[in-house]
Unconditional design. Structure first.
Length: 137
């Protein structure tokens, strides 16, 4: 959920842009944003860390078996990072997202580093529930 919705209950078009960015990350990584394992990071944090190390390809769902254009998928993940900026003013309008997705030659703007919630704080120390993540992102 978009930060402004969680904090203030404010639903806007930019909250939809945020949700779209999360959905794109979930599809491309094969991970759910709401599922954490002990010691893991959120999907947004994982994608961001791999973006900063210029290695977004490792985030892609292994079920795709490498059968995807690396540069194109990396650009789409970068667009998803733009969509999930913490400040709604930094998120592009959906029309801008569509333009970036359609124009493969367009330079995708650099996203700002988002603040992250450490996944480990979501676990109660006595809880035994967890799920598994079997790939790099």
């Amino acid at each position: 959920m978009a930060p402004e919705y969680l904090v203030r209950g404010q639903l806007t078009e930019k909250a939809d842009v945020y949700a779209f960015g999360v959905l794109v990350m979930e599809i491309l990584t094969g991970r759910k944003n709401s599922v954490y394992t002990r010691g893991s990071s959120s999907i947004l944090q994982s994608v961001w860390e791999h973006y900063k190390s210029n290695n977004l390809a490792v985030c892609i769902d292994p079920a795709l078996q490498g059968k995807f254009p690396v540069l194109e998928v990396s650009n789409v993940l970068q667009i998803s990072l733009l969509c999930t900026q913490a400040s709604m003013e930094l998120r592009p309008p959906m029309s801008g997202v569509v333009e970036m997705l359609h124009d493969k030659d367009r330079v995708v703007p650099q996203p700002n580093q988002p603040p992250f919630l450490n996944a480990s704080v979501l676990f109660d120390k006595s809880s035994s529930k967890s799920s598994t993540c079997t790939h790099g992102c």
